[in-house]
Design a protein around this ligand. Sequence first.
Ligand SMILES: *[C@@H]1O[C@H](CO)[C@@H](O)[C@H](O)[C@H]1NC(C)=O
Ligand SMILES: *[C@@H]1O[C@H](CO)[C@@H](O)[C@H](O)[C@H]1NC(C)=O
Ligand SMILES: CC(=O)N[C@H]1CO[C@H](CO)[C@@H](O)[C@@H]1O
Length: 633
Amino acid sequence: MLFAGALSLLFLQTAVAQRHDADLMSFVTLPEVRALKWEVTHHDRTRAAPGYWFVAPYGQISPEEPTQKYQQYQVGPYIYDNDGMLIWAGAPLYDNQNVFDFKPVTTIDEDTHLSFIVSWAIDESNKGWGMIVDKTYNTERQVGVLNDLHDFNMHEFNVLPGGKTALACTYRPREVNLADFGRPTEQSWIMAGGFVELDTETSEVLVEWDSFDKVALHESNVVNAGNSPSKFPGWDYVHINSVDKNEAGDYIISLRFTNTLYCISGEDGHIMWRLGGLESDFALDFTFSKQHDVKWLSSNGTHHVVSFLNNASDEGGNDEAVSAALFVEVDTIAMTAKVIKRINRPDSGLTRLRGNVQLLPNDNVFVGWSERGYQSEHAPNGDLLMTARFVSERYSTYRAYKAEFIGRPSTSPDLVASVYGTTNVDTTTLIHVSWNGATDVVGWKFYAQAYDRSSPVLIGHANKTDFETMYIVDGYMDWITAEAIDREGRVMGTSRVTRSEIPKNWKAVGFVGSSTGPKPDDPAILSAVNKGSSSVSSSYDSVDTTNGMTDMVNDHSSTYADAKEVAKAVYKAYEVIRGVGGLLIFILLACTVGGLVTCLWRMFKRRKMRSYQHIPSEEGVPVEEIHLRSHAE
Ligand SMILES: *[C@@H]1O[C@H](CO)[C@@H](O)[C@H](O)[C@H]1NC(C)=O
Ligand SMILES: *[C@@H]1O[C@H](CO)[C@@H](O)[C@H](O)[C@H]1NC(C)=O
Ligand SMILES: CC(=O)N[C@H]1CO[C@H](CO)[C@@H](O)[C@@H]1O
């Protein structure tokens, strides 16, 4: 009965979760964010690498027409922990625009940065960007397209060590002669595939390479001599989808429609060797096709190790039964290439589009199989440690990564509090708090104030077990703040002072008593009462506290009601005096409150009370400027 209001609210929330959008998360503190939920299977947690997941869900790969309709946020960069718990929803910052290749970058300096591509706009108002953000989620570099290219290509934004330059793929329409197809009198448009190395500060193109005069039409598996010439923009005959650079300054690219990896000289741009495809320079003891995400793992001039995703399939068909992550050793003396590690897709399926392979610092392998966010982690010997996928079938992620990361948002935690109750003595305050993007928060401390200028009083704490933490506290608590607490008990950040939401019309919601409804309680008084009840523990446990408070109200209801009466009187006095103003009156008020509190204190002390915690007063500071404690960073 006491918590009927809160309970019915909980049931309501459960009912909502069973609707068709049950595959999306929802939050009281961030109602506009509907992050995707995960299905996660851990096969062996003990061998999993530490770190978070970095994904960028999208519904359709090309930008969508803007609508006039309100849209909640789903598409964009997201960070989750290893159990699929949300850490950061970046969609609001990029307004639901598609984001690709969202990944942690550990090679700029000692911090981990984040990089990703923001898709070009359908109304052509911009060409998209390669973004680098720091651990506060503020933009450090925004790399644009200064040349004639249509957009910042979605496949790759590869920030190179030091962060001064980055690689991106390019698609450029060119006109070619069809001599290679034995038709020297004909011309056709082709989409040449290439890459650029960009200055991340100025967006200037420092290096540019293109397949136009270097990769012949006959290497392609999507066009042949029988095709009639194409109009602008032309055949996508090579389809570049990744590029990387090694310490020697040479590049490696993956051209999906030639089934070939190309090593390109950093000196003069000539193709040093081809691995795979029709013109392979190597004797291969394996095959691959339609591959993605080639990366150098090591390179010493003559011997290289590369990783890539062997899709072995595309939208049109498949060359083998299962897609796989491949680690290949390339020997440019003996001109051989051999597979040193192969990790098959755990569900034995095919990744027809996209995907990536990431070697983790502990030599585990993390593979993004792309469709529906399917991803897996493997031990160095290939053992399957974890698989996960979006609950929703409506979204995919182009790539997926795992890495350790420290997120310290420059925004403060979000807090929402609401008051429920049917009589003056059964009011309950429900608090929700979250901090989008903050890692390492282990708990929350909640504070309330009797009125806008009184000191915050600790009213409880809760361990953080999910993106959003709910806490239920007895009484009508107002002017609420929450502090995010780290593992060492230090305050990481503090929410703004937030007024509790109340029913618009107390009578209409069943409140018995004054038609203006209850008045805020003095948390110092209620806290004292709560401490008096042995069943209210101060441990980090909101659920037990709820039970504890039920007991407390039953056992000590007269004390509690007394306390509420006194609190009401104090509040009334404050309201009267606030209207008059003046320093003298303020001092008088302080004395009145002080006297009442002392008197109550003595009364409660007899009922075996412990002292309550509260933090130093900052009387006289405007509400907006009250910081319980300064942000750690
Ligand atoms: C490169 O690596 C291979 C294989 O590990 C090794 O045999 C070779 O000696 C190395 N070459 C140089 C120049 O370090
Ligand atoms: C809260 O976290 C602390 C520290 O990890 C732990 O000792 C305590 O048992 C937790 N409380 C609950 C209710 O889980
Ligand atoms: C292991 C492997 O990669 N197998 C297949 C790759 O694709 C080719 C065709 O391009 C198949 O013949 C291989 O069996």
